[in-house]
Design a binder for this molecule. Structure first.
Ligand code: COA
Length: 570
């Protein structure tokens, strides 16, 4: 019987159009009503170097990129070398040949389909269209819906000119003929089209940008940095349709300073960056804490430190997000699981910053940043937009008034009667600088104590599975999608396992962690960083003694890695 979900991987060189080919397949499947989850990895160079795109598609929901591919399409010898160990019996190999730059050895049990991609593109006098020859062949071999494929291809290339569109359509048709001429001996095929639900297909970064617009952002300032740039790109395209403003700053320090200034002026404001940018911004995050000015920051984590592995996946900014500040600087830190979450948590982060008047950091990651997924089309009316507590104009205005919930009313600059000193200095209730004593203690208590209700303001942490478990898996960020599938597989096999998926990382919902751990014999914490950063916080903040499972090769976990490690523990 044909497999329900299908995983196609394309490998080639940066500049050969691997990403475009993958994007076309995923968009075509989404338009045909199927679920899609993509993963791509590429080098930091603009041209050259190994580039990979994986599409997983199914009629049912998919939560991650999968264990490995069913079909691998190699554009060149390097891609073949990188993936040949994964060509296992039952898999399918489509490759550039004859006429390519390599002669593959086909392992026993692997179905191979040679497609002369380079040669056909050369014959068509358009080397650029090699990816379209491959796409045509893949479409014919694996039932990738030709109608929707041609639609997305046309949408993209029409913008580049009729001639570019036409030679690419021609190359696609040539590739299709080559695919049809082969005798298909495998059973892999994309599921049949169904009536599309009201869905969109976007990447994690675009979803964060969409969340900013839906969350009522009025000011966005950022400095471009991989892998966060597309957040600003999306906002730049859409914020002009609102009353909001986008500024590209000269560097990260300037961008966070502008965000602070705009927020002080009464605008819901945010920035997006990656690890090195967050490090540069940390001094001004202290000012946000001290001056109680709302600031929302999206950190799309990458392989660090320094320039590190800028295009690779990692979850290693938890330490800096939570404790990367000078002095005692409380803040809220959250993380996102998938593309849908990127929208919802961005809206929530903007709201929490307004409500608690402090820095709020949302952690996304490299895998999610570039992953495109099908999600229900968001409805603007479903998002609550929270505004800051404003002074009602009665009585004396005290910017840092001690209140029951520790949150003081703000006033936009220029509000009559609301004059106050705004600085990063410690202060009394009115904002007058004070350098110690009672006012210091009252104000520092206020800044910490106001966060005591954050946990209650957020959704409770999701527990996946019920009853007692031999192993409970705690995961954060995009690793959650992998754990969901691993837990489902193991539970289907009768193993007693559960998952716990925190989105509020700080302040840590300690009692929820403890309650979960009480139902599990062992706690496993898989995360993509070297030090096991969440496991570290679990050890320091709770009574739980987790087993840490850190990896740091620049790639996400796969479900089978989790299944294997969990079985070892059981
Ligand atoms: N005909 C015409 N144009 C085509 C085409 C075809 N058949 N196939 C692809 N293209 C175009 C694409 O549309 C794209 O142009 P666009 O950006 O105007 O849309 C361009 O060629 C690149 O193709 P694409 O498929 O997107 O990428 P690729 O698979 O060739 O890989 C990248 C190249 C994207 C990985 C690489 O250029 C890159 O950006 N690397 C990362 C750089 C980085 O972020 N460095 C970090 C610095 S810290």
């Amino acid at each position: 019987m044909a497999k329900k979900d299908l995983i196609i991987r394309i490998g080639g060189e940066g500049g050969e159009g691997v990403v475009s080919a993958g994007d076309f397949i995923s968009a075509a499947c989404a338009r045909a009503g199927l679920e899609v989850y993509t993963f791509k990895t590429f080098p930091a160079e603009i041209k050259g170097g190994y580039c990979m795109y994986q599409v997983r598609t199914s009629p049912d929901r998919v939560y991650n990129q999968g264990d490995t591919f069913d079909v691998f399409c190699a554009f060149n010898g390097e891609a073949y070398e990188m993936n040949k160990h994964l060509l296992i019996p039952g898999s399918v190999f489509v490759y550039d040949g004859p006429g390519g730059d390599f002669e593959p050895e086909i392992p026993e049990g692997v179905t191979a389909y040679p497609i002369p991609m380079t040669k056909t593109a050369q014959d068509l006098k358009s080397k650029r269209s090699k990816n379209m020859v491959a796409l045509g062949a893949l479409s014919a071999l694996f039932n990738i819906h030709e109608g929707t494929l041609k639609e997305v291809l046309t949408d993209k290339f029409k913008k580049k000119g009729e001639d570019i569109l036409n030679f690419n359509l021609g190359a696609f048709n040539e590739g299709k003929k080559l695919g049809q001429a082969l005798t298909k001996v495998d059973e892999f095929r994309v599921a049949d089209a169904k009536d599309p639900d009201d869905v969109i297909i976007i990447s994690g970064n675009e979803a964060c940008g969409m969340g900013a617009i839906l969350g009522g952002a009025e000011f966005f300032s950022a400095y471009p940095i991989t892998p966060a740039t597309e957040v600003a790109k999306f906002v730049a395209e859409h914020i002009p349709k609102t009353t909001g403003t986008l500024l590209q700053a000269e560097d990260e320090i300037a961008s966070i300073a502008q965000v602070l200034g705009a927020s002080y002026a009464g605008k819901k404001s945010l920035t997006a960056t990656s690890g090195p940018g967050l490090a540069l911004m940390s001094e001004l995050l202290g000012m946000s804490t001290m001056s109680e000015t709302p600031v929302f920051l999206i950190d799309v984590q990458r392989g660090g430190p320094s320039t590190g592995m800028p295009t690779k996946h990692e979850q290693s900014d938890l330490f800096i997000a939570i404790h990367g500040g000078h002095g005692d600087s409380p803040r809220i830190v959250m993380s996102v699981e998938d593309v849908k979450d990127c929208i919802e948590m961005t809206v929530e982060g903007l709201n929490l910053a307004e409500k608690y008047q402090c820095p709020v950091i949302l952690l996304s990651d490299g895998s999610l940043a570039f992953s495109t997924q099908t999600i229900p089309a968001p409805k603007p009316e479903n998002f609550e937009i929270v505004k800051r507590k404003l002074w009602d104009g009665k009585g004396e205005f005290k910017r840092y008034e001690l209140t029951e919930d520790n949150i003081s009313p703000m006033a936009d600059p220029g509000t009559p009667g609301a004059q106050h000193i705004a600085t990063g200095l410690e202060h009394n209730e009115s904002g007058t600088p004070r350098y110690g004593g009672k006012d210091r203690v009252l104000q520092i208590n206020k800044r910490f104590n106001k966060l005591s209700t954050v946990e209650a303001s957020c959704k409770p942490t999701e527990v996946d599975g019920d009853g007692d478990a031999d192993v409970g898996i705690i995961a954060w960020g995009s690793t959650i999608g992998v754990i969901r599938e691993a837990v489902a597989r193991m539970r289907a096999d009768g193993l007693k396992v559960k998952g716990f998926y925190p989105k509020l990382m700080w302040p840590m919902p300690v009692s929820q962690y403890e309650a979960f751990a009480k139902t599990c014999k062992t706690i496993l914490v898989p995360e993509v960083n070297y030090q096991g950063q969440l496991a570290h916080f679990i050890r320091s903040e709770t009574t739980i003694k987790p087993v840490s499972y850190p990896i740091s090769e620049g790639l996400p976990f796969t479900p089978s890695m989790i299944v294997e490690r969990t079985k070892e523990l059981i």
